[in-house]
Design a protein around this ligand. Sequence first.
Ligand SMILES: *[C@@H]1O[C@H](CO)[C@@H](O)[C@H](O)[C@H]1NC(C)=O
Ligand SMILES: *[C@@H]1O[C@H](CO)[C@@H](O)[C@H](O)[C@H]1NC(C)=O
Ligand SMILES: *[C@@H]1O[C@H](CO)[C@@H](O)[C@H](O)[C@H]1NC(C)=O
Ligand SMILES: *[C@@H]1O[C@H](CO)[C@@H](O)[C@H](O)[C@H]1NC(C)=O
Length: 366
Amino acid sequence: MFGAVQFGVLAACVVLFVPMGMAGWHLSRNKVLFFSGALFITLAVGVHLTPYFPAFSSMLSSSPSLSSLPSSPVVSSVNRDSCIAWLHDIEFQNNIDSNSSVSHTKSSWKWRDSSNRLVDCVFQKLSKSDASDLLNGSWVVVAGDSQARLMVVSLLELLVGLEEIERVREDLFKRHSDYHTTVNSIGMKLDFIWAPYVSNLTNFLVELREKRYFPDVIVMGAGLWDMLHVNNASEYGVSVKMLKDSVMPMLPVTPAFEFEDRPVEVRSPHMFWLGMPTLVNSMLNTEAKREKMTDDMWYAYDEQIYESKLVRKFGGPLFLLDIHSLSGRCGSLCTDDGMHYHGVVYDAAVHVMLNALLFESQQRLT
Ligand SMILES: *[C@@H]1O[C@H](CO)[C@@H](O)[C@H](O)[C@H]1NC(C)=O
Ligand SMILES: *[C@@H]1O[C@H](CO)[C@@H](O)[C@H](O)[C@H]1NC(C)=O
Ligand SMILES: *[C@@H]1O[C@H](CO)[C@@H](O)[C@H](O)[C@H]1NC(C)=O
Ligand SMILES: *[C@@H]1O[C@H](CO)[C@@H](O)[C@H](O)[C@H]1NC(C)=O
């Protein structure tokens, strides 16, 4: 405990004073931004997802020498909103390996670099060790349908590597079941909750609230299963609105609630919505899917996400991981069944999520 707090104070001093000092030495703005970006990774390691955050932030605000300083011009001038808007500006490269008898696609992705955005926004593909630092000691829940399961695979692949995934693949892909694991090296708890309908997600959130014990990160998304089995967009919309209503009480605007007459601090989770992928109708593998999962139906379902104001882009609470855009950019070479995409798409989505977490952690600090 003591070590973590000390580290937090040290990190705070570093992030406040070093960029200000550098600005004083007339370094270019880009260099300062780049440097402060590198610092906030370091800072996130110390404070982002550790249980010591409340202690750290109260120390920061109660220390007269720190709080009397003007806020750092460098950190606050990073235009987070526009950076966040560019997070999905990713391009994929599909190289067909024509040598092998079965055609085999090898894909990769990177952020498009227009007008120095990468320098300004410091987007980065996190290495295993950066991601481990960021998620050290945290509890991550991914809930939803098969898309959500693929997200878990990509996150685990980043954290523990492909061989380890192969070892657990059977458990992970047991149809229609939950999967719980702990990444021992970093004490991270990762749960996959099979929640094919939006109502299952709502029930899950209600359970969490009853237990008063929240994950650090929640990723959720459901839609494909509903489209196939219910195929009624207005009913889907009703359950999305109920989900949104159950998310609202978990937001930071309600920092404390009463428990046995004492206010209890709530660390609200970082929450993401996993959007539905681009469907390639002709590749869907059953007649029922081809008939029900049409483009028109896709848009009718997506419209409900907009109407319900579930995601932040439309004024709602959840950060959208835009699988539709990512999978569309990767294209039909990146899917075998027209709805589940190759790992490269979910890997990109995992990095969008981790970068969004880094931006959010900075936002909470300034
Ligand atoms: C494919 O074959 C060509 C020549 O036959 C060779 O130059 C190339 O390296 C091979 N590519 C891969 C990916 O094996
Ligand atoms: C995780 O955090 C603990 C302390 O909170 C630290 O001892 C450990 O080295 C960290 N592990 C990694 C992989 O960063
Ligand atoms: C999800 O919700 C449906 C409909 O409400 C219900 O029938 C099903 O049992 C639920 N599944 C899980 C895994 O909770
Ligand atoms: C969708 O559900 C609503 C409400 O349950 C119902 O009124 C409507 O007829 C349904 N639409 C279709 C196309 O089945």
